[in-house]
Design a binder for this molecule. Sequence first.
Ligand code: PEP
Length: 257
Amino acid sequence: MNRRYRKTIIAGNWKMNKTISETKAFAEELKPLLGKPKWCEVVLCVPYVNIPAAVRAFKDSRVAIGAENCHSESHGAYTGEVTVEMLKEAGVKYVIIGHSERRQYYNETDFTVNKKVRAALDAGLYPIVCVGESLEQRELGVTMELITYQVKVALAGVPADKMRHVVIAYEPLWAIGTGKTATAEQAGEVCEAIRAVVRKLYGARVARSVTIQYGGSMNARNAAELLAQPDVDGGLIGGASLKAPDFVQIVNAANQE
Ligand code: PEP
């Protein structure tokens, strides 16, 4: 983390978990445990239908609400989809884009990710752009090339002044939901490489200010070590964001002065 230049952000990704009543109960449990973290921003990305309840439940807190996906078009015949304007009006601040589960199960590509990133930014949302390699790609030694490509395509056409809204999450596929975490060195090395790509595209000032998260089985036990890496500015947390006490411990690890 480097708070001098950029925000530390801990974001939960609930995926397809929790009903509206469970969302309200979670908020009541989380808020007193969390207090008002001063040094890091806390985000909960929740299923679409839970967004209004989550926005209401957290309105008097420091927790911002995010969505887990969005569509890139502004309206039209896309049954089952949700636009960025709908999310904005519902009180959403962040939106996860290009999560590996969306890439794997819903055919998202780097190009659809790019369209969604631009649509989210145009609506004033903060995209959390996910990139990451599979185990096979890591073993083949192409991680850095792949990540460079993913970041470049995701950011194509994004002007420098919009980059202060962009969050990039490095999520190695082999670490998501597997209980197998990247070592702090692996996470730090790839996050540093992502910052170098941003530097090449936008210059040193923008690169210094971009928040880059690590995601992949981050939990209360390993969070502090991962966050101690200078280029790891927070976490995208799946499983451990579903239980308030576990999530709070990760926030506490990030919320050090
Ligand atoms: C995720 O879904 O983005 C994620 C990192 O999940 P988990 O923490 O469960 O590995």
